[in-house]
Design a protein around this ligand. Structure first.
Ligand code: SPQ
Length: 421
């Protein structure tokens, strides 16, 4: 696909629902007693994989655009699926399912696409094994022999909401208490949703305690727009002259807003309006105007608060004056692709002064760049970040696989180009 270029970005839009919250609403709704009505659901490929997996385990789920109805089977009501559960490209589906399936009275097999089969699952299967789980393999396909679990105390070696959530979900079924200690706070949508559903869960700073929970009560979930999707417009609006974009109804849970802090530190003009609470999550409209960015250092405990936004923050760094250092971001190597290597290799193609480091990258920005034929590596966030990068490049750029954006943002290109009209 040729990446069309716009000369300014103006207007208001809403982005699709938050991917992390959409997954959790389906999973927890499936385990709840009662009916969960989800509005603003993200009908992206990853969340549809989650729905397929729970339907295969006997949960009645209706999808109508971004409205989803889940008729929960209760904590003990999942059925053995007739075949291998297929999680597509979704790390969240795969890892969170491990926590639930470990405690079921049946065996299951899960697998996903080529990218999922390369992503490490040992980070989930090892702590679950300490709880008594019986999971074969550290890469997909995983064979999970459901069994009785017991609570553990676990110090998280990496900041990962997926690992944390898998342990929490297993903890709901385990005998005794499960205590999880984080070093850095990762996204906490699971804790918030489980609290609202009456689970035995308490959060004290970086420590989470979960007790055996026989019953979750269904709650309706209004999913806010995904800040990880809004991120592309925050960077676009900042770097494009004569631009002003309002992104309405975006989730601004503090565990997710690192991108706003970093862009504003770089000199961006980003403000939150109409801040409110919706179903326990913070929501606001985000207004971004053109600005002159300067390089910065992105590292330390802000990383989990912006991990998925680092590819597009690297785009901001290209158009910022001076040097930007991204560090402490080794986790990027185990995403849909190695996002450090992919960003460095693709950005080099268009003349960006960028160096790969062991835990991130260094970008000397503010220099002219030219168009290039970009590879996405089948990674949705690469496809969308490269589209933003190409806007101010001199000459034509192409993407080998624009379609992969549908994993988290099915209408991305339509929304993007509307802002240029
Ligand atoms: O689901 P998946 O494929 O892992 O998606 C990604 C993404 O870019 O959309 C990561 F590749 O988001 C993860 C995120 O990086 C979603 C997530 C969650 O919903 O719990 C948590 C983060 O992963 P991790 O490994 O830090 O727990």
């Amino acid at each position: 696909m040729i990446i069309d270029k716009i000369s300014r970005a103006r207007g208001a839009l809403t982005v699709p629902g938050d991917k992390s919250i959409s997954h959790r609403a389906v999973m927890l709704g499936s385990l709840a007693d009662g009916v969960t009505e989800i509005t603003g659901f993200l009908p992206g490929a990853d969340c549809l994989s989650t729905i397929d997996c729970f339907r295969a385990m006997g949960v009645d789920i209706d999808v109508n655009g971004d409205n989803v109805t889940v008729r929960g089977n209760g904590m003990r009501g999942l059925k053995k699926p007739a075949k291998t559960l297929y999680t597509g490209n979704s790390g969240t589906t795969t890892r969170l399912l491990c926590g639930i399936l470990s405690a079921q009275p049946f065996d299951t097999e899960i697998t996903g696409d080529a990218s999922i089969c390369k992503r490490p699952m040992g980070r989930v299967t090892k702590p679950l094994a300490l709880m008594g789980a019986d999971i074969e393999n550290e890469y997909c396909p995983l064979i999970i022999h459901g069994t009785r679990l017991c609570g553990i105390e676990y110090d998280m070696p990496v900041a990962s909401a997926q690992v944390k959530t898998a342990i929490i979900l297993a903890g709901l079924y385990a005998d005794g208490k499960t205590v999880i200690r984080e070093k850095e706070k990762s996204r906490d949508h699971t804790e918030l949703m489980l609290g609202a559903m009456g689970a035995d869960i308490t959060v004290d700073g970086l420590n989470i305690t979960v007790g055996k929970t026989d019953r979750l009560s269904a709650v309706n979930v209004a999913v806010p727009g995904d800040i990880s999707s809004a991120a592309f417009y925050m960077v676009l609006g900042s770097i494009m002259p004569n631009s002003e974009i309002t992104i309405k109804n975006v989730g601004v849970n503090p565990t997710r807003t690192g991108i706003i802090d970093v862009l504003n530190d770089m000199g961006a003009d980003i403000a939150l309006h109409n801040a409110r609470e919706s179903a326990g999550e913070s929501v606001a409209d985000i207004k971004v105007r053109s600005s002159h960015l300067s390089g910065t250092v992105i590292g330390g405990n802000i990383i989990p608060r912006l991990i998925d936004e680092l590819p597009v923050l690297a785009v901001a760094a290209v158009y910022a004056e001076g040097t930007t250092v991204i560090k402490d971001a080794r986790e990027l190597k185990v995403k849909e692709t190695n996002r450090i290597r992919a960003v460095v290799d693709e950005f080099k193609k268009c003349g960006v002064d960028i160096t790969e480091t062991d835990d991130g990258m260094i970008i000397n920005g503010g220099k002219p760049i030219h168009g290039a034929d970009f590879k996405t590596y089948g990674d949705h966030r690469m496809a969308m970040s490269l589209t933003v990068l190409a806007q101010l490049a001199d000459g034509v750029s192409t993407l080998d696989d624009a379609d992969c954006a549908r994993v988290s943002y099915p209408g991305f290109f339509d929304d993007f180009y509307k802002l240029g009209k």
